[in-house]
Design a protein around this ligand. Sequence first.
Ligand SMILES: [Zn+2]
Length: 311
Amino acid sequence: MNRTSLRDVGLYLRGRLIKRLTQLASARDRTPPVVPAPIPEVIRGVRTPQALSRLLEGRSNPEREFAVARYFRALGIPFTAHRFETGEGKGENFTVDLGAGDRVLLLAAHHDAVPRSPGANDNAAAVGLLLNLIERLAASPPTKLRVRFLFTAAEESAYLGARQYVLGANTAELAGVLSLELCGIGDSIVIWDVAEQTPFLGTVGAALEGLGLRRDAGYHTVGRIPMFGSDHRAFAPLGIPAYGFTLVPSGNAEALRQFVFSPVRSALRHMIRRPVPFDTYHTPRDRGDTLEPAALALALRALEAVIVEAA
Ligand SMILES: [Zn+2]
C-alpha cells in the first residue's frame, strides 16, 4: 500500500464491513442472475443512457472495465486509461476530455459493482448517462471549459479508484466535481455532501433552476450523508467543490431522509425494508428493468445545463 493514511485504513475497513453485510443479504436472495447483453449489440444499438447501461449490467468487474474500454475503441473516442494496483485492490480508471480552456468540470461515474448485484442503478445507469453525454457533447464541445468524464474502478472499495486517480491528477485545474450515483430511478435531483456554499454549487443551482426545477422540490441540496459515500469524497479533502449527484422519487423524500441520516437505525433496517431507490441498492434486484427512462432523461438535461452554465 503506497501513501497509506489512517483515513485510507478506516475507509478500507468500512468497505469490508459493507461488503460483508451485502453478501449476507444477497445470499438469501433468489432473484435469477441477469444474462449480460452482447457488447457489440449494445454498441450497434440505440445509444440512449438506458440502452448503454447494458454494456455493464450483470457483468463481473473485470468485464465491466473491459466493456467501457471496448466501447471507446469501437466508437473511436480518444480516452486515457489509468491503471492502478495497491494492497487494497486494482483496476483501471478511464478519462475522456472534451472542450478547451484552463478550467475543468469533472463528471465521474464508477464502472464497478458489488458482487452478486447486476449493478444497473449502481452504477451502470450513470455510466450510460456519461457515455451518451460524451456523444452529444462531442458534436459541439465547449470552447472555454474542458469537461472531463472520469470512469472509476473500485468505487465499491471505499472509492479506491478515485483516490488513486487524485494522486496523479492536476487537481488545481478542477472547477468542480459531480459524482453520479443511482441516477436511474426517481423524479427529483439530490446534490449531496454539501458542506458550504461554493461558486460551483451556485453554478449547479443556477443550471437546475434554469430548467424550472425549484430548490427543495425538483432538486435538493443536502449535507454530509453518513452512511453512503462516492467518488467525490476523494476530491473534497483537497478543497475542490465535489458533490454526489443522485435521483430519488420525490414522494419518498421523508423516508429517504430518515434512512440516510440515521446510520444506526438504517443499519438495523438494512436487512428488512429500505425506501426506493435503496430497496435494490447492492442487491441481486438492481436490474436494468427497474430503470426509468424519465429519470435518466432528467439527469441528462440537468448535466447538460450544468455544462452550459459552467462554460
Ligand atoms: Zn455506487
